[in-house]
Design a protein around this ligand. Structure first.
Ligand SMILES: Cc1cc2nc3c(=O)[nH]c(=O)nc-3n(C[C@H](O)[C@H](O)[C@H](O)COP(=O)(O)OP(=O)(O)OC[C@H]3O[C@@H](n4cnc5c(N)ncnc54)[C@H](O)[C@@H]3O)c2cc1C
Length: 470
């Protein structure tokens, strides 16, 4: 069910008053009936529909009028919901529209390792980067399921682009979930074109993001940050940086914090350009943070609450990460089946598709892909609100680990089906092979997940020291 946001309701009230100027806006609410309470007759309704259609050509009120007035369900709220639904963008369809051009450019970006700025510009221009702005902040409030499906489509076309924008869409959703001023300003900035990149892992800390070694020293009006960030995916295209650092509490104990800052001209420096075997066009540079002053207003959430913030919103992170690698596996299966149907082996005089080995491996690919998709789906639709933070974090982490392993297996099998030609630079499969392995390396670190999940299942305290029995 879609619920119209306050801005939509107030716009609708303006239309109602324009048609019937004697109405008092403050007396109109979502439950107010157009015909019974406001006295709209059929002529008023026709004038209202025409007026709305003129300003929003995509919104056709006729079907709503026919059904709602007859059923006596002609409330202002129900009309606003109908309009919201008509105007709402379908982000999976948008991803499908953008995908062909991204796929065409993918090989070039992979070859030169350049950041796909033009793809990101398209994602901003079309509103894709705003998809997870909640309805109460004026966005379409795309849910996790829609985000993950759309990301799979993009990843099948250009995994680097999908992975880069993933840092933005899931980070935005996590901050929006906090509500309050943090959510409000971020959503406003994104609706005006801001793009977020996130840096939580650090050299020497790696996937143990909840222990940042970047220091946040308290000073008048804010903090001074010093440290290193590895793998800052999407940095070249970002306008805002979401990053972690640790301050100290009164007892001198480290308090992990998060900051979301406009990308500065000074204080943050690229010390190593991303030049990697896979996900080559993600611009995942390594950064030095040097005496970087961050005003108080750029801190997100309360000091020390970063792990909890992340654990409660982790479904946005790990499900969207997993979806990128499922998208690569889907594209690999499509590519392999299409080629094997076409390619003719002269010894059998038929397409390769007739070979049993090809058939068996394609079937293995399909079953692994189905298992990956089912696990991801289950995680997307799990109860994210009432599960305990540790159990929730573990469920999502195990899913990401298993789904990315399956995606990796799908692409590896695809290479075997395709044979030697899959290794040549002109084959998209070799790019998928190099990209999909990143799924095993991005957080959460598999060994940490397995340790935590095993301990949790066995009632061994997760955070007790020493970690292993002496
Ligand atoms: C393509 C790509 C893009 C990335 N983008 C981002 C990004 O945008 N933002 C970001 O913050 N990070 C990003 N990362 C980094 C990622 O978050 C991990 O931090 C990083 O991959 C860990 O690499 P590392 O070399 O530090 O390995 P380490 O974390 O040192 O891990 C090495 C090995 O040690 C194991 N290990 C690590 N910690 C423990 C432990 N506590 N107990 C037991 N075993 C452990 C791991 O499982 C692994 O086998 C990206 C990584 C990749 C590959």
């Amino acid at each position: 069910m879609i619920t119209a946001s306050p801005p939509e309701l107030s716009t609708l009230v303006e239309h109602l008053v324009a048609v019937k100027p004697d109405l008092r806006p403050q007396e109109i609410g979502p439950r107010t009936s157009l015909t019974r309470d406001l006295g709209f007759d059929s002529l008023d309704l026709v004038r209202l529909a025409a007026r709305i259609h003129e300003q929003h050509p995509e919104a056709d009120l006729t079907p709503w009028l026919a059904g709602a007035c007859q059923a006596g369900a002609d409330s202002v709220g129900s009309m606003a919901d109908h309009l919201a639904r008509a105007r709402r963008r379908d982000y999976v369809a948008l991803a499908r529209e953008l995908a062909p051009a991204f796929a065409e450019r993918a090989a070039r970006h992979d070859a030169d390792g350049g950041f796909p700025h033009e793809n990101l510009a398209e994602l901003v221009r079309t509103g894709y980067t705003a998809m997870t702005i909640p309805r109460e902040y004026g966005g379409d409030g795309a849910g996790l399921g829609e985000l993950c499906e759309a990301q799979q489509v993009l990843a099948g076309a250009c995994a680097s682009t999908a992975f880069s924008v993933n840092m933005h869409v899931h980070g935005l959703a996590m901050i929006a979930q906090l509500g309050g001023q943090d959510a409000e300003w971020v959503c406003r900035a994104v609706s005006e074109g801001a793009v977020i990149a996130g840096g939580f892992s650090e050299p020497g800390v790696g996937g143990n993001w909840w222990h940042p070694t970047t220091k946040a020293e308290r000073v008048d009006g804010g903090y001074v940050l010093n440290g290193r960030k590895g793998f800052f995916t999407g940095f070249p295209g970002a306008t805002h940086l979401f990053l972690s650092a640790a301050t100290k509490d009164d007892r001198g104990l480290p308090q992990p914090m998060a900051f979301l800052v406009p990308k500065p001209d000074e204080g943050i420096r690229v010390i190593e350009e991303w030049d990697a075997a896979g996900m080559r066009a993600t611009g995942s540079h390594t950064l030095a943070i040097e005496d970087f002053f961050v005003e108080d207003r750029w801190s997100v959430g309360e000091p020390g609450k970063l792990p909890l913030l992340f654990m409660t919103g982790v479904h946005w992170a790990w499900c969207s990460f997993a979806s990128v690698f499922v998208g690569i596996a889907r594209a690999a299966l499509e590519h392999v089946t299409a080629t094997q149907r076409r390619r003719v082996l002269s010894v059998i005089g038929k397409p390769n598709a007739h070979l049993p080995g090809v058939q068996f491996r394609v079937a293995e690919m399909a079953t692994r892909l189905a298992a990956a998709r089912a696990h991801l789906e289950a995680a997307v639709h799990a109860d994210h609100d009432t599960a305990g933070p540790i159990a929730h974090y573990l469920d999502m982490s195990l899913m990401k680990m298993q789904v990315t392993r399956l995606a990796h297996e799908v692409v590896t099998l695809g290479m075997q089906v395709q044979g030697g030609s899959s290794l040549v630079s002109a084959s998209p499969l070799q790019r998928m092979y190099r990209d999909v392995i990143a799924g095993l390396l991005v957080p959460p670190a598999a060994d940490v997940v397995l340790e935590w999940a095993g301990k949790h299942a066995l009632d061994v305290p997760i955070f007790a020291e020493p970690r292993w029995a002496e």
